[in-house]
Design a protein around this ligand. Structure first.
Ligand SMILES: *[C@@H]1O[C@H](CO)[C@@H](O)[C@H](O)[C@H]1NC(C)=O
Ligand SMILES: *[C@@H]1O[C@H](CO)[C@@H](O)[C@H](O)[C@H]1NC(C)=O
Length: 160
């Protein structure tokens, strides 16, 4: 009991000082997905979805922009509608040993120094692209991440 109280007092102290001192912290989400589909199909679906969600075509909530695309690496970014937050997004695609499968790793990282919680923003940046392009219901889809690799995972309710 006493120990627990001391621990929470220490934690309050730690988080209290974190709140007071702006330490450089970039919120991020890393995830890994498996598909029973060739990487070329996945990368073209992702590129199409990023382009469909680019502000150029007047999609209010989307605000994604493609930065670069090779068969292996896709780079994009996402900005909040108010323009105050921005995140870099990277997808890396590798064929699996199993014929015509693809292993995709994705990362979204906040460019600004944000708080320790991001309400699943970085997770949803990735997930919304996968779900809107139908990839989350494609054959063999498996998502592998956790709260340590992906802030807000498990709590996030992604709305597109
Ligand atoms: C996002 O990427 C586009 C295209 O490369 C670039 O013009 C824009 O400045 C980038 N935005 C941010 C916030 O990095
Ligand atoms: C975000 O992406 C831009 C352009 O690709 C790069 O110059 C910048 O270093 C990236 N920032 C972070 C925090 O990853």
């Amino acid at each position: 009991m006493t120990t627990r109280l001391m621990v929470s007092a220490v934690l309050v102290g730690v988080f209290g000082s974190l709140a007071a001192i702006p330490i450089p912290y970039h919120a991020f989400c890393s995830s890994l997905w498996l598909f029973e589909m060739p990487c070329t199909k996945i990368s073209s679906s992702l590129v199409k979805q990023i382009e469909a969600f680019s502000p150029m075509i007047g999609c209010d909530k989307c605000h994604y922009q493609l930065v670069s695309a090779t068969p292996v690496i896709l780079k994009a970014n996402h900005t909040s509608p108010d323009g105050l937050q921005a995140e870099n997004i990277t997808f890396t695609l590798n064929p699996t040993i199993m014929a015509s499968g693809c292993r995709v790793s994705g990362q979204s990282i906040s460019l600004g120094f944000t708080s320790l919680l991001d309400d699943g923003l970085n997770y949803c940046n990735l997930y919304n692209l996968l779900s809107s392009s139908g990839l989350t219901s494609s054959p063999g889809f498996i998502e592998m991440t956790n709260e340590w690799a992906c802030l807000g995972y498990g709590l996030a309710t992604c709305k597109v």
